[in-house]
Ligand binder design. Structure first.
Ligand SMILES: Nc1ncnc2c1ncn2[C@@H]1O[C@H](COP(=O)(O)OP(=O)(O)OP(=O)(O)O)[C@@H](O)[C@H]1O
Length: 252
């Protein structure tokens, strides 16, 4: 369980996050949605301790994030950030093995190799395993980065817009895979999504942020309403039920 307790953040005098309080249950997928600049990436970055927390408290399974050594955090949570340019000449397979670093400390064993090979298959990356990450297309690189995060075998996976650059097939494949990871491997996934329909179709809960505030938090079918779409995005759109999910027809 993740507890966000009165989390605030400001840059200079500019408030970026305002008193965020939330409890995210263990297991399942939580989608973080909201307009550009709402503070989603900042919140994820604070949760991963990439940005130091200055106000409030964040805990994972009762462990206070601010008071835990990096080596312990690295086995508890893994993050894929939005800005993930990789310039060094490493292959996809090496990237995944890098994700295992908190366990093998530079000396991978049989289990590390098995996990990497299995993950390459799971993420449809076997054919790209020997390619340099820097030479991949944006979407291929994105998939490799999510696979690296998965390889870290952490309870919590924080993913900032992993569907960026993915085509229809790979976006759907990745969301299906994340669903499987949550269900079968009992991992907890917090994912920033811009497409609310993927949140509706694959997430267990949605947190909606706007102007640094958490304005809604609940099950997709409860929070996807015309009023909330208007409040969050300023959009009037028809909502259509499809296979028990509410899909937002915001294209027309
Ligand atoms: N270091 C910084 N200095 C100044 N402003 C910042 C800084 N980091 C973030 N901000 C501002 O904080 C706000 C929230 O940014 P953040 O990237 O968290 O939003 P987001 O919801 O992830 O947006 P997007 O959907 O566009 O990726 C934005 O207005 C951004 O300009």
């Amino acid at each position: 369980m993740i507890v966000l307790d009165q989390v605030s953040y400001q840059v200079g005098r500019l408030p970026i996050l305002k008193n965020i309080c939330a409890t995210i249950e263990k297991g399942g997928i939580t989608a973080l949605v909201g307009p550009n600049g709402a503070g989603k990436s900042t919140l994820l970055s604070l949760m991963a301790r990439l940005t130091p927390l200055k106000a409030g408290r964040i805990s994972f399974d009762g462990i206070n994030l601010s008071k835990t050594p990096n080596s312990e955090i690295a086995k508890k949570l893994a993050i894929m950030r939005q800005d993930n340019s990789i310039t060094s000449r490493i292959t996809v397979r090496e990237l995944l093995m890098f994700g295992r670093f908190p366990y093998h400390k530079g000396n991978p064993g049989q289990e590390d190799h098995e996990i990497v090979e299995q993950t390459l298959k799971q993420f449809n990356l076997a054919e790209l395993a020997s390619r340099f990450v820097a030479d991949l297309s944006g979407g291929q690189r994105q998939r490799a980065l999510v696979a690296m995060v998965f390889c870290q075998s952490t309870d919590y996976l924080l993913l900032d817009e992993p569907l960026n650059n993915l085509d229809m097939f790979h976006a759907r494949h990745l969301m299906g895979l994340l669903r499987q990871i949550a269900d079968e491997y009992k991992r907890t996934i917090i994912i920033v999504l811009h497409d609310i329909n993927y949140a509706s179709a694959y997430a267990d809960s949605i947190m909606g942020m706007k102007q640094g505030e958490l304005v809604l938090h609940g099950k997709p079918n409860d929070v996807i309403t015309p009023q909330n779409l208007q409040r969050l995005f300023g959009v009037d759109a028809k909502i259509v039920p499809v296979q028990n999910h509410k899909l937002v027809m915001h294209y027309v």
